[in-house]
Design a protein around this ligand. Sequence first.
Ligand code: GLY
Length: 423
Amino acid sequence: MNILLLGSGGREHAMAWKIAQSKQCDQLFIAPGNPGTASCGKNIAVKATDFPALATVCLENKIDMVVVGPEDPLVAGVVDYFASNPAIAHIPVIGPNKQAAQLEGSKAFAKAFMIRNKVQTPAYKTFTASDSAAAHEYLKGHPMPVVLKADGLAAGKGVVICQTAEEAIVEFDQMVSGKFGVAGNTVVVEQFLTGIELTVIILTDGKTYTILPPSKDYKRVGDGDTGLNTGGMGAVSPPPFATEAFLDKVKEKIIDPTMMGLKNEGIHYTGFLYFGLFNSNGEPYVIEFNCRMGDPETQVIMPRIANDIIDLYKAVAQGTLASQPLITDPRPCTTVILASHGYPGVFEKGYAITGIENTEQCMVFQAGTALNNNGELVTAGGRVMAVSAYGDDIASALRTSYINAGRIYYESRYFRRDIGWDM
Ligand code: GLY
């Protein structure tokens, strides 16, 4: 099979690494990819949201399947585009359609869906610029801290935890005034929960689902979970507190009502569905849905899937997932993100990266990297790469991730020193 993978981050490098291991994969193309994905297949300089150009790539390269990494093409309707274009309608696209991707594309839609379908989630209210006075009053009476979320896609930056009503009012006004563009036209004001976060991702063919290995990512930039929220600075799988009993609750109180709600509302959801959860006093609550795999969760989940991943993708496309049980690699896996100093704020790019060749017994998944005019690997993003490793337990996996993280060098290198600290 010829496969086209969309995206260019560390998640996509891990997805490409896994697809390239399949004996069923003849040629893998990645649009647009990064220097890391070029070691798994052929990068094609086409944006993941340029649908007409993707159609041409598919026809020219006899593509048999498209796998989607990031949310943008899904929310913009890549699945619907392929299905409605007769020349490419025969090519399965692994991911949800535009309507289903609203679970990530609109936080207000997702919250209303959860309340309608009794999926456990923190209490919330939505406001727009035209309700500013009501929003201010509401925030003044709300227990602190409080969570403000821009409704639309904001590249992982649209969630802000405010400690005081004054701070929340300023943040609300900035969001509805365009701080996150149109994504902030509607703001979700959500109850703040205490507890511990984890990620549970399922793969579904629209009829049944498979729960992928659970994981936990570390979103704050600083050690001890301090500082600004990021896309994620590291991850572990499995988090020890994701016990069988807790995962049974996740199934009963979160996943099953979600799947039933999708069915009852006539939403045909296929592909990955990401449940960003909070374990609050042993009870799971949904903090967010995403319509794709997580980043950096993928960098610890893909290594723990022992199936030929193409078997799973084919089963999603054909509606036969029930006959493809997941085979899990029992070894825990961890990842540490090497970032650029200053991320998630302002940071410099273009620093030469050395030492990847000295790493051992680990997987280095590239994200914000590029080749300069001399063909040297340089930094090109906030999250530069992920260093993933297996271990007999979480602690030994982390040791291997950290030993190898230390072998890679570039000016402005920054990484958290405490991934897995709470495990
Ligand atoms: N790591 C969080 C996310 O992928 O949304």
